[in-house]
Design a protein around this ligand. Sequence first.
Ligand code: NAD
Length: 479
Amino acid sequence: MNDHTILAEGRWQAAKNGETLAMIDPSEGHAFARIARGRAEDIDRAVASARRAYETHWRKVPGVERGRHLAKIAEAIRTHAEELATLEARDTGKPLKQARVDATVAARYFEFYAGAADKIHGDAIPFLSEYQVIAIREPYGVTGHIIPWNYPLQMGARTIAAALAAGNALVLKPAEEACLAVIRLAELALAAGLPADVLNLVTGLGEEAGAALAGHADIDHVSFTGSPEVGTLVQQAAARRNAGCTMELGGKSPQIVFADANLEAAVPTIVNAIIQNAGQTCSAGSRLLVERRVYDGVVGQVAERFAKLRVGPALADLDCGPMISAGQKKRVEGFLATAAEEGIPVLARAQFANDLPAGGYYVAPALYGPVPQSNRLACDEVFGPVLSAIPFADEDDAIRLANATAYGLTAGVWTENGGRQLRVAKGLKCGQVFVNNYGAGGGVELPFGGMKRSGYGREKGMEALHHLTTVKTVVLKHG
Ligand code: NAD
């Protein structure tokens, strides 16, 4: 891939000032590609391109036709799935099998929103007898999208597909740490016939290109996925022009295991939910809440699996890959060092593969427990393969502990008791609750987003379309 990674005015370009950034392979720790270091002037070009596209042609394209474009992109992703998955694995460090799932889910987003594009209905509202009121759902016009490095392919697909289905033209700013597969996805979209100026993409640093996009006067809505801290900056930038945002932020999601849980199903799912993408997943199940009377047995089974996990390079396709960067590795190791100083018991550590590349950013998954609720490991988002086990006394205590962090993204509940399944699901303050399963394999149909510090607004499903459109009320007096 060359450094012409800025897509504006329908063509791939270098940054205006010619600057580039190195892309590091986290499995090896050395550069393997370069991207353009886009700045405010490149964002200006991309936003102008999207605005022109929206005003001159895209706003007149009916939903059915937008859907046809998206269907062709879904097909192109399927045709190039292995290429996309390999690129994503190399770029993010995730095991190839996980990147293959990402490619499948990316195609599903385009497929889902292809079918949804001509089903975005408004309302006819009853009013006084001599009136007819219609509420029309309209696209914003030009939307800005900022995504993180952990799932560039999936998150790029979910936000691009929904924005286009809703009728917006858009500018995407992917993360500087990993974005090569989403660039390739944009190339495929153009090759599949998407009008080239509708989808614009600017690579670059968050504080440069990202900040310029969030603060751009001609962006009508900002969809942000990333950390709560940067989310605040993005909202402040958008607030200067009173533009709305969707915020998909972090999580500290609990897996709640009751004594009657089916452990055969629960234990492997719980382990997978924290080691997937090396724990660098917003919805990682990073807290394991277990009913006290079965705590030792459940935690013992999880520990047994943890000890057998193998960590290695993305393309070796083991259970767990490296952290995304040296900085992220240092951050996770900082949590582990503090836990050691505080005497939090380590119940299990995974194993490194024998021939681990020396420069890679590897951290062995770790299981801790019991972790006091007041400890950082129980409250803060580690964003690494670290699971904190915490015992609870009864149902009320489980709900109290589950809600005891500032986050509220997702939760898993494991119990065979039907009444309890619903009571706990209703008691949890978070955006998604999984009962006797977790993650739903991507579930593109399922509204996704947080409560509390985890954000607001929703991505995925039909719900995302409500957040990418606005309502115009037309009041007709017919006498
Ligand atoms: P981050 O907030 O540092 O970066 C996210 C994106 O924001 C990147 O594209 C980055 O370039 C950009 N950015 C950075 N500074 C910016 C600024 N000043 N203005 C505008 N944009 C800026 O987050 P990260 O470290 O890449 O990702 C980790 C965080 O993201 C975790 O907290 C994780 O939970 C969260 N996350 C949430 C979801 C979700 O859907 N809820 C999904 C993935 C990750």
